[in-house]
Design a protein around this ligand. Structure first.
Ligand code: MGD
Ligand code: MGD
Ligand code: SF4
Ligand code: MO
Length: 865
């Protein structure tokens, strides 16, 4: 075993420390870093499975131009030439960079320097526009800077933690575990505000299933309640402006607007008002709205008015999604910012940065925000585009339109680790990036803690880091100041720039890290310069011109009413075990078991009205596009407000791309799209047949609906069609590359067909077809891949081998049937006892909310059994 390398998880913004080592066979071993302050040794299942996602099969290993492998020189010269020519002919705003909150700070710094300081355009935006922009805008309106006031330990020191628009249990699992541990130790009250009953509700004292989009009203009502009950802080108020106007505006919100029962509403208002140590955590249920910035400020108003901010155990807390969402904000990744929290539109700030960079021309007005940027691409105003570390053809709203715009753009380069993502397929030039474990740099987590990502694997093929690619193109465009030897030198330059920024009054000061030993840099929270204070604003000093915090008057409004043509409002978001477009988590079979295909969670009343039964397929249509999704009937969602996850792509389920349905409707202040309220129509998909297949080798079905997922021996595929093939045997053969089935079992009268394909007596594939959703033990069939094929067509294990059912605990691979059996037949009564008996939930803990629900008899209804 090699010595463990200390690095940081590449997924969510909790920013857990990871120890990575390799054994003699080259296998990677992953463990939580017990010394990292964010996680103290814990990991969630995605982090724990990192070692299973590092295979290089199918990786992009060399630059490609027009699909052909070329040298780095050729690819980089081409990008430099096309960017330079386009700028010469059409000006700096005719080119753009679209980057990612998953880039490392050093990558981000170089991209930003190139675009804003040397190309002289601010057309560099990032997927953080889809993620954190409303929080950024809300922070800047209230505080004068984009600063998260608190620390994770505030969640542990609070007496009340309110989680609003956050599915913390699935999206920030280790932070959720820290919160639950604090609750167990000191009785923290937890309130979840989410129209959907999520896994996060399992650990909560109160779940407020408010009307979707009503958060602004709710926090306005809270502000009025605080005022009316004398809870405004007399000590803090002189440090604020706008309190009267904010209360006056809040008076227009009414209790009915929230959709909550008076009792629940009162309980919440009294709890919040009566608890000094309160933390309000918020995430995409707030940000991803066309009034997202106002909702952020409605929350901040309550914390400001009561002075419950920046002190131990209290404050508003915007949890960041991506591993470096925060770092990207610090380094000025958004179109309207400069590095180190300096502002693009402030001439003094611009001059300071330009002086430091010795740059020829500085952008002096904000560039185009993501949605507008891709519309400019569509209209041909942007003629050369470079996309790094993000997959906009899947994750942007109006995704079909975005994909068409990318395809039609004169010149597109993409940096990725895979050649065949939905976005990479559309690019003229592909640049192979080094991935997690192969590269070095820093990330900043939700609590402003900067941690190192460190390489422990060699770069495969010709892959090179993103920062290097950007710096090379900059040099080839003739720019000075891009000749760093490594990320440590970039970080050093950035730390020195932050001293310049501090002189301009910026709070982002990491000048104390200039000249630091980069290789051994321990996790450190900023500011780390002249000041090292851990929390902000508790002292009543803000970064506004007059130094006072600003309360903002909020006229809350609900999302536009549903229309007759599109009567449903589609909520979208994440599932526990997948990361965005699944280009990494999708590789680990155990992460694909929990929820294996795209689905539509629909209230029983809606399902009944639409004639949709569980496990059938629904066709969902919006003015922007169309999707086909598996129906999951559940009262966790409200009538009229179904939910669908965002993870499936053209590679994994072409009709499951949820952003094809989402409109490009944005918050007017932040430019963040409203990704959680698409107006859609739903109808049954007229399936004539349903199918399920397992296959050792990859395959691409030719039918209306399919969804692929990895299993240990290959892949599993759900299928369906609206027309029947003439000859099922021929169709099955075509699916498996032309080989004839070794075994077939057909009952044409019932429309049931089963085929098995073998090689040397071992199962290489199987297809089950039926006129209704296929009922069989999927796990069992997948397990037979590569084994004896004798009873493959039976579809279920023999009586001697119980079927564990769909995976609930992905760490220890414990299935639903096993758990239900333990509950019903072995008398197990608690989550702890399930852990002792089966191991379920005893490792990362992410499935504990689901175990608790099962124990309460609220079994989940799977999309497919
Ligand atoms: N497993 C997993 N974890 C992740 C990620 C992942 O892909 N997979 N991605 C990471 C990233 S980049 C991000 S940004 C975070 C996102 O983390 P979260 O924001 O927690 O996740 P989401 O599922 O997008 O949305 C959160 C909740 O908002 C609710 N919601 C929808 N509309 C409203 C509303 O009007 N009001 C309120 N109060 N709630 C509403 C939804 O029902 C949903 O449960 O997760 C990070 N962590
Ligand atoms: N409907 C709906 N849409 C949403 C959301 C939602 O809640 N609902 N959430 C939005 C949010 S919050 C976010 S953050 C976005 C996320 O959306 P994206 O950022 O578009 O999704 P990812 O799958 O994370 O894309 C990362 C890409 O980088 C590649 N990659 C991996 N490692 C490296 C590397 O080291 N270098 C390079 N160059 N590439 C690499 C991956 O293969 C992948 O193609 O989605 C947004 N879209
Ligand atoms: S909570 Fe999970 S995904 Fe997030 S950083 Fe920690 S291990 Fe990674
Ligand atoms: Mo995000």
């Amino acid at each position: 075993m090699t010595a463990a390398v200390r690095t940081t998880c590449p997924y969510c913004g909790v920013g857990c420390g990871v120890l990575a080592s390799r054994d003699a066979a080259g296998r990677v071993h992953i463990a939580g870093d017990p010394d990292h302050p964010a996680n103290r040794g814990r990991l969630c299942v995605k982090g724990a499975a990192l070692g299973e996602t590092l295979g290089n099969d199918g990786r992009l290993l060399a630059p490609r131009v027009g699909g052909r492998e070329v040298s780095w020189d050729r690819a980089l010269d081409l990008i430099a030439a096309r960017f330079s020519e386009t700028i010469a002919a059409h000006g700096p705003d005719s080119v753009a960079l679209y980057v990612s909150g998953q880039l490392l700070t050093e990558d981000y710094y170089v991209a930003n320097k190139l675009m804003k300081g040397f190309i002289g355009s601010a057309n560099i935006d990032t997927n953080s526009r889809l993620c954190m922009a409303s929080s950024v805008a809300g922070h800047r309106r209230a505080f004068g800077s984009d600063t998260v006031p608190g620390q994770y330990e505030d969640l542990e020191e609070a007496d009340l933690v309110v989680l609003v628009g956050s599915n913390l249990a699935w999206c920030h699992p280790v932070l959720h575990q820290r919160l639950l541990a604090a609750k167990a130790a000191r009785g923290t009250k937890i309130v979840v505000i989410d129209p959907r009953r999520t896994a996060t509700c399992e650990g909560a004292d109160l779940h407020l299933a408010l009307a979707p989009g009503a958060d602004g009203h709710l926090f306005n009502l809270l502000l009025c309640h605080l005022f009316d009950h004398g809870r405004f802080s007399a000590e803090f108020l002189p440090r604020l402006t706008g309190a009267d106007a904010a209360v006056a505006a809040a008076r227009t919100s009414r209790a009915e607007d929230t959709g909550l029962s008076p009792a629940d509403l009162d309980r919440f208002l009294e709890l919040w008002a009566g608890t000094q140590k309160v933390v309000t955590v918020y995430s995409q249920g707030i940000n991803q709205s066309d009034t997202g910035t106002d909702k952020v400020n409605a929350i901040l108003n309550c914390h400001l008015a009561t002075g419950r901010i920046g002190r131990p155990g209290m404050g508003p807390f915007s949890v960041t999604g991506q591993p470096n969402a925060m770092g990207g904000r610090e380094v000025g990744g958004l179109v309207n910012m400069l590095a180190c929290h300096l502002e693009l539109e402030n001439p003094g700030h611009r001059a300071a940065v330009q002086g430091f960079w010795a740059s020829p021309r500085m952008a002096d007005r904000p560039g185009l925000k993501a949605v507008d940027m891709f519309r400019a691409v569509e209209e041909g105003r942007i003629k050369a585009l470079w996309i790094l570390h993000t997959n906009p053809a899947v994750t942007m709203p109006e995704a079909d339109r975005v994909a068409r715009a990318i395809a039609a753009c004169d010149f597109v380069a993409a940096s990725d680790i895979w050649p065949d993502t939905d976005t990479a397929r559309l690019a003229h030039v592909l640049l192979p990036a080094t991935g997690w474990g192969e590269k070095d740099g820093t990330v900043t987590n939700s609590e402003r803690m900067i941690s190192r990502q460190r390489a422990f694997l060699p770069a495969p093929g010709l892959a090179r880091p993103d920062w290097w690619q950007l710096a090379q193109v900059a040099q080839r465009m003739g720019f000075q100041g891009f000749d760093w030897a490594g990320p440590g030198e970039i970080f050093d330059e950035y730390a020195r720039l932050s001293a310049v920024a501090a002189e301009q009054g910026s709070d982002f000061d990491i000048s104390g890290l200039a000249g630091a030993e980069y290789d051994t840099l321990p996790p450190v929270t900023w500011p780390h310069g002249r000041s090292t204070r851990r929390r902000f604003f508790g002292d009543g000093r803000f970064h506004t011109p007059d130094g006072r915090g600003r309360m903002i008057p909020i006229s809350a409004r609900l999302p536009a009413h549903a229309t007759e043509a599109h009567p449903f409002r589609l909520n979208t978001g994440r599932i526990r075990d997948q990361w965005h477009t699944m280009t990494r988590t999708g590789l680990a079979p155990r992460l694909s078991q929990h929820l294996a295909e795209p689905y539509l969670e629909l209230h029983p009343k809606d399902a009944q009205r639409l004639g949709l039964a569980s496990a059938t397929l629904a066709e969902v249509e919006s003015p922007q596009g169309r999707a086909i999704l598996r129906v999951l009937v559940s009262d966790r969602v409200a009538p009229g407000h179904p939910f669908a996850p965002m993870h499936w792509t053209g590679q994994t389920a072409p009709t499951g791309r949820i952003d094809a349905l989402v409109p490009g409707l944005c918050d007017p202040v932040s430019g963040q799209p409203a990704s959680k309220s698409a107006a859609v129509a739903i109808r049954p998909f007229p399936a004539r047949w349903y199918g399920f297949a397992v296959a050792r080798e990859d395959l691409t079905p030719d039918c209306d609906y399919w969804a692929k997922g990895r299993v240990a021996g290959g892949l599993q595929v759900e299928l369906a069609g609206s027309s029947l093939p003439e000859d099922w045997s021929a169709w099955a053969s075509a699916l498996f590359g032309g080989t004839a089935p070794a075994m077939a079992l057909s009952d044409p009268a019932r429309g049931v067909h089963r085929f098995a394909f073998t090689e040397g007596g071992q199962l290489t594939g199987a297809l089950f077809v039926s006129p209704d959703p296929v009922r069989l033990s999927r796990g069992h069939l997948a397990d037979l891949l590569g084994r004896g094929a004798a009873d493959a067509l039976a579809g279920r294990p023999g009586a001697d081998r119980p079927d564990p059912g769909p995976t609930v605990c992905a760490c220890l691979n414990v299935g639903l049937n096993t758990i239900l059996d333990a509950i019903h037949n072995r008398g197990i009564l608690s989550v702890e006892a399930l852990g002792t008996a089966l191991g379920a939930g005893a490792n990362c803990g992410s499935c504990r909310p689901e175990l608790a629900a099962l124990l309460q008899g609220q079994g989940r209804r799977e999309a497919a059994e």
